[in-house]
Design a protein around this ligand. Sequence first.
Ligand code: FFO
Ligand code: GTP
Ligand code: MG
Length: 462
Amino acid sequence: MYGHSDTIFALSSGAGRAGVAVIRLSGPRSLPVLCALLGRQNPPKPRVAVYAPIADPQNGERLDDAIALYFQAPASFTGEDVVELHVHGGRAVIEGVLECLGRQPGLRLAEPGEYSRRAFQNGKMDLTEAEGIADLIDAETTAQRRQAVRQMAGELGRLYEDWRLRLMRSLAHIEADIDFPDEDLPDGIVAVLRDDLARIGNEIGGHLADNRRGERLREGFQIVILGAPNAGKSSLLNRLARRDAAIVSDIAGTTRDTIEIHLDLGGFPVTMVDTAGLRESGDAIETEGVRRAAQRAENADLKLVVIDRSDWPRIEGEAQRLIDQNTLILVNKADLGGDDDLSVVGEMATWSGTDGQGNAVELPVLAISAMTGSGMESLLQLLETRVKEGLDFAGPVPLTRMRHRRALEDALGHLQRGLATDIAELAAEDIRLAVREIGKITGRVDVEDLLDIIFGDFCIGK
Ligand SMILES: Nc1nc2c(c(=O)[nH]1)N(C=O)[C@@H](CNc1ccc(C(=O)N[C@@H](CCC(=O)O)C(=O)O)cc1)CN2
Ligand SMILES: Nc1nc2c(ncn2[C@@H]2O[C@H](COP(=O)(O)OP(=O)(O)OP(=O)(O)O)[C@@H](O)[C@H]2O)c(=O)[nH]1
Ligand SMILES: [Mg+2]
């Protein structure tokens, strides 16, 4: 397959000034262009780094002293001839080398994800592995990195391929029965087939019923701070962010839009959202802020309802309507406290009341002071526990993308329909469709129309 495509090039390291920058070329013109830059006829040995000046072949101007590396097809990342130029990471150096490469016949700038796309098309990896690489580059916390590395190494792809192959085996038996109806299948084979198919269905069902752990680990755990105006929501956000992310004032209705910060809690990614104080207001902008707060609350993995200690234990209006099982009550301004039980900051208590659906709930309560920071350690510990419960997993790799989930749901639907019929031809067709859906996940079936979408999300140079 290699040898028939354009030669592409791009900066593969990060944009901007750096010690060293890596520019990659892939395709049939990579090696001749490298020789031209090095000003030599004989190509460097594959996989042996060469330290040498590189110069513009057109005018001989020296561009840099670089390290060059040649990977001979098919033993390269893309499966094509690949050349790497490790140059000094100055803006003008990078610009000069890229500009020079752009002038070489047969070379063009790579599109986002094009290296990985070629690697996939040349059989170096399946789609889940390519998506694992993209996730690894986007990983911001340890847990995200671990999940991405497992996927990049093919664990998810093997799981799906195993289901696909087992389905194909069952399909082959059913087809044999259809094609050779006279040669009776051995006694009991139909029952065995049914068992196998049902088992695969159960495995897929179990994989789907994972509470979206893997997907949420990629997205980050969403915690939304809610409460009446002036309760101290923005003060709490700033305390957790350790910076002045949101404006704080004693004027009720200070925050109007939602404000997000990103936290790493014990290796897990958390998005913490500050919202407008919840109240009925004549102000159109504030009303829109309250609407946005309620909207974010709906998608939250955890809600923190902040109340001023003088309001304890009353939670009313919109804040009360937004309460559900996944809610923690934070009684703020504990530094102003008297000697009631909640003046013991960091101590857990319980709030008994009704949630937005009218069900009786018992929710954990923590007294804190966003101003002095007391109670913050207990809060962080509690949040970390909740985040881990939500995202952590031991055992097989979890589902990580909506794309995979959709395909598996469809596959399971086909499989269940196949199991429900006694007509072999219909069952075979349903299983064929299930096989096809799973094949789309790894790219074993024709997925040309999917590739633009999948690889378009990658960064350039990947
Ligand atoms: N300098 C540099 N570092 C890098 C990359 C790169 O492209 N260049 N990578 C870019 O992602 C990652 C490493 N990934 C790579 C994957 C495969 C091959 C490769 O040459 N594969 C051949 C040979 C396999 C072997 O020797 O075992 C092959 O698959 O046939 C190279 C890099 C991370 N670090
Ligand atoms: N004493 C004391 N004051 C606090 C504490 N937390 C916040 N405040 C004060 O309470 C006032 C409101 O704080 P904010 O953080 O702006 O409250 P908010 O909930 O974001 O308010 P809105 O954005 O209007 O909904 C400010 O004057 C803060 O300094 C606290 O723990 N103790
Ligand atoms: Mg605020």
